[in-house]
Structures are given as C-alpha cells and as structure tokens.
Design a protein. Structure first.
Length: 343
C-alpha cells in the first residue's frame, strides 16, 4: 500500500476521474504505490456522487463546479481541453500545481511540455505559470525513440503516420465503436452511430482526426508536429504527420520514417533502441495493440534501414495510448516532482 494519509505526501486531485484516462490514472496510482495525503476525485455533474474504490478506500466523486481547489497541492487534469482551459487557471489561482494531459496548454510559452524519460530536468523547479503539460499519445512514442537517434546521427526529417484507436476519444468513442460494430454485424445496411466519429468508425478507417485546417492538415496533425519540435528542443526540424483513426477499441500504432544526417547502421540502431528505458524492441516482427505485453512500455518493431537511402530508416511503434502518452506520463511527472522535492 502507498503511504495514504502521510502528512509529508501531497494532496492530489484527479479532474476527470471517471473518464478513460482518469480511470487509468487511478489504476496507476494504485499499481505504482504513489504516496498521497488525500485523494480527491473530481468530474462533471453527470458523474458526481459516484463512488470509486482506490487503495481499498471508497472515494465519492465531487462535482467540478463544487470542488475547492484549496484542498489540493497538485491537480491532474484529464477531462478534455475545454475543461482544462476553464479550470486550470482556477486551480493555479489556489496555489495548485496543474499537470494537464490535454492540448490546452502544451504550446503555451513558459509551460514545460514534459516526457519524464527525456526532459525531467524541466521539473527541477516549479513552473512560473503553475502548469506542466503532458504531450499527446501520438507524440510521446515518437520523441522517446528519436531523441537519442538525433544525438547519435542527427535528424533532417521525421514523417509520422499514426493509427489511433477509439479510446483516444474517451469512453464515448469506445462505446460508439462497439455499438456500431454490433449494428453492422446484425444488419450491414443499417444506419451506424456517428456522433463521435464521422463517418462512422465501425469496420472503417478514417483518414483524419480533428478539425481540418486551411492547408489541408488537421488540428491533431499540427499538434503532433508542434509537440515533437518543442519536446526535442528543435524548433526548425522538418516534421510531417498524418493521423488516422482505426476501428480498434484501444491502442495506437505509428509508422515513422526518420532521415538522419549520416548513414545509419541497423545493428547499432537496434542496440540503441533496446537500451532506452521503458522500451521493448521486437526485432523479428511488429507488435500490435492487442498483444503488447507490458502495457507501460513503448513497443518498437519493423526496424528497416533503407537500401536506397541508408541515412534513413522506418520504425513501427505500438502503445497502450491510455497509459503511454496519457496517465502513465502524468503519474511519472508526480513521482519525479516528489523525488526532486518540487511538489
């Protein structure tokens, strides 16, 4: 058991505790034995009053509009960017350190965008704005594998194509995919639900995620590009992204092309990737979201150095998107803050 009610531990609020990422956060708080003095579960009015058991204790969910942020030291926000934009400033005004897993503040000047395995030094002091942002689930796997590649061979260009499961849209997205799949199996000509995904996702592949921008890219693709540059500290690096939604309940995949500044040796590349923390290399194939093994690891396969352009290589990445690039990163940020004494 973690040190529950330890007076030296922080008071933690989870905003969005009943959502897909929020539920995973609570699992990880238990699994990783995160110490806390008090744990507050916060959600919308629709979910308020529910009871959720964490570490053997029942916790009643408080409605967000009624929660007193003065009762928390840190607040983990995972209820969507509209909620974060409205309520993170309220939390910060109460002296709370906000750790935000939504896009709301990722590109805000002065807000650290943190992947603990890469830039934990950002957590050595409390940010002036009171907010630490977690990159998106499509960004984190990419930056974790290319940072050391950039140090070894240099990088000219990154091309990312993501294949993202329905859980990226939360419980509502998963339920719509499941309902739509049942509908199509019963009657292929029936109208399929399409409130969360349009066109409907069941037995389909959607070639874009998020609002379309003037240049033909989508907002999520722009976010992936900007976040990769910010985390790596390479604002001028050439990055291109295509984000695709696939009819998978949970789990993200990505095909990544990296063009370096010098010729890449495949054996050395495999050794480099295998040494990265929290990374599992599948050198004889490609991992799939349905059979990842350790869900807290980033899984890498299909490692191919180009025969015609030996300064470039392909990778296939697979992750549990609710954990890697979501809940796990937020919990690891709290752990690092505690280790550094900055929370």
């Amino acid at each position: 058991m973690p040190k529950v009610d330890d007076p030296a531990a922080p008071r933690i609020a989870v905003v969005g505790a009943t959502g897909a990422v929020g539920g995973t956060l609570l699992e990880l708080i238990e699994d990783r034995r995160l110490p806390y003095r008090r744990l507050h579960l916060v959600a919308s009015a629709r979910s308020a009053g529910r009871t959720i058991r964490v570490n053997g204790r029942d916790h009643r969910v408080t409605e967000l509009s009624r929660f007193d942020f003065g009762m928390a030291d840190a607040a983990l926000f995972c209820a969507g960017q509209e909620v974060s934009r409205a309520w993170v400033p309220v939390a910060v005004a109460h002296g709370v350190l906000a750790i935000d897993s939504t896009p709301a503040f990722r590109m805000a000047p002065g807000t650290p965008l943190v992947v603990p395995q890469l830039n934990a030094a950002e957590l050595g002091r409390r940010p002036a704005g009171g907010v630490i942002a977690v990159p998106g689930a499509a960004t984190v796997p990419v930056v974790r594998v290319v940072r050391d590649v950039e140090r070894r061979w240099g990088i000219r260009r990154i091309v990312v194509s993501t294949y993202q499961g329905a859980s990226g849209a939360g419980h509502a997205g998963v339920e719509e995919l499941q309902d739509g799949s049942r509908t199509v199996l019963q009657d292929p000509q029936a109208t399929v639900p399409s409130a969360e995904f349009s066109p409907a996702l069941a037995f389909n592949v959607l070639p874009s995620i998020g609002d379309m921008l003037e240049d033909g890219s989508t907002r999520q693709e722009r976010e992936v590009v900007d976040e990769i540059r910010k985390v790596l500290g390479l604002p001028g690096i050439e990055v291109t992204a295509t984000c695709v939604r696939v009819p998978v309940v949970s789990g993200h995949g990505a095909a990544v092309w990296v063009q370096c500044r010098s010729v890449v040796n495949r054996a050395e590349l495999v050794t480099l990737l295998s040494a990265l923390p929290g990374v599992t290399v599948h050198d004889c194939g490609g991992p799939t979201p349905a059979a990842l093994g350790d869900p807290d690891h980033l899984h890498v396969g299909r490692i191919r150095v180009s025969a015609t352009a030996p300064d470039g290589f392909w990778l296939w990445l697979a992750t549990d998107n609710l954990r890697v690039g979501g809940a796990l990163d937020a919990v690891q940020i709290v752990e690092e803050l505690l280790a550094r004494g900055t929370l």
